[in-house]
Design a protein around this ligand. Structure first.
Ligand SMILES: NC(=O)C1=CN([C@@H]2O[C@H](COP(=O)(O)OP(=O)(O)OC[C@H]3O[C@@H](n4cnc5c(N)ncnc54)[C@H](O)[C@@H]3O)[C@@H](O)[C@H]2O)C=CC1
Ligand SMILES: O=C(O)C1=NCCCC1
Length: 277
């Protein structure tokens, strides 16, 4: 068994096997339920280790997990880099290692960059399905990178938004993304213009100071706060953090990694357990 070399699954192959992020929804909903169920859910997923690569403004994240329900043993390795200037290279790159849980031999090496784009957007879509206002019409995406595209794709596939607004600090990037997707997108000159009146907001930037302010946000709107995944990065201001009902996938991770949670000083309250999503 251990002499069989691991298979390599390239980004093109991942794209072929997973043409739409929505294909991930049943598996991710089950995984989130199992993770949230604690020991009974059979998921071992410690807080990831993140190694700063200081001279280069980068980070290496190591994300191991075992799921008894899937009998799957994996680690994702992800690198992400700030301050890329005008570089066309992706800021985030990932590789997923899949092991045989019976003996620990390496079975597969998968490109994780496409998986990260699709998985993250699919989890935001699950949260949105459960938490957005019933009559949501206007979607707002702040940021115009890889996650902006993957969120646009799954959100417009799943939900009947009548208007999609997009803002990026570099307007040209927003215009490029808007012209490359299938549907109508309104590119906004300011984040405020994109946000005011929106029912669902997605923040997918590498901002380190707030780009989304509570005074702009419609009461009852649902915000998917995706960026700000370092303890000293922010996307949401204190007003928004303190006036919102916060829902996180992992309290431990949010309290250790989310700059929006840590720097705003909000508390996460008591756990609410549900039997299914
Ligand atoms: N929560 C999660 O599971 C995941 C979170 N992320 C986070 O989502 C964010 C977006 O990731 P990608 O789309 O892959 O990155 P990307 O590099 O493709 O796009 C980043 C976007 O942020 C914009 N941006 C950069 N600095 C900014 C600033 N100071 N103010 C405003 N906009 C700024 C860029 O212009 C670009 O539009 C990152 O913070 C990333 O770390 C990414 C993957 C998973
Ligand atoms: O889960 C991931 O993948 C990432 N999370 C935060 C920042 C980089 C990638």
């Amino acid at each position: 068994m251990s002499s069989v070399p691991p298979v390599f699954i390239s980004s093109a192959e991942v794209e072929r096997l997973l043409p739409r992020a929505s294909l991930l929804l049943p598996g991710l909903e089950a995984a989130l339920c199992n993770f949230s169920a604690g020991a009974a859910g059979g998921v071992e997923q410690p807080l990831r280790a993140v190694v700063p690569v200081r001279p280069h403004g980068g980070f290496l994240g190591v994300m191991p997990a075992y799921s008894a329900a899937d009998d799957a043993l994996t680690t994702k390795l992800v690198t992400f880099y700030e301050h890329r200037g005008d570089s066309a290279a992706p800021s985030h790159r990932a590789t997923v290692l899949l092991f045989d849980p019976r003996c620990g031999s390496l079975r597969a090496v998968l490109d994780g960059t496409v998986i990260t784009a699709k998985r993250t957007a699919a989890v935001s879509a699950i949260a949105t399905k459960l938490l957005m206002p019933r009559s949501a019409e206007v979607l707002c995406i702040l940021g115009a990178g890889v996650q902006a595209r993957s969120h646009y794709e799954i959100f417009t596939e799943l939900f009947p938004f009548t208007e999609v607004r997009l803002w990026s600090r570099t307007e040209q990037n927003a215009l490029r993304l808007a012209s490359s997707v299938g549907g109508a997108v309104r590119v906004c000159g300011t984040a405020r213009e994109a946000v005011v009146g929106a029912d669902v907001i997605v923040t997918v930037t590498m901002a380190t100071t707030p780009i989304l302010f509570g005074e702009w946000v419609k009461p009852g709107a649902h915000v998917n706060a995706v960026g700000a995944s370092r303890p000293d990065w922010r996307e949401l201001d204190d007003v928004l953090m303190k006036s919102s009902v916060l829902v996180v996938d992992s309290r431990e991770a949010a309290l250790a990694e989310s700059g929006d949670v840590i720097l705003s000083g909000v508390s996460l309250g008591a756990p609410v357990l549900r039997s299914s999503v």
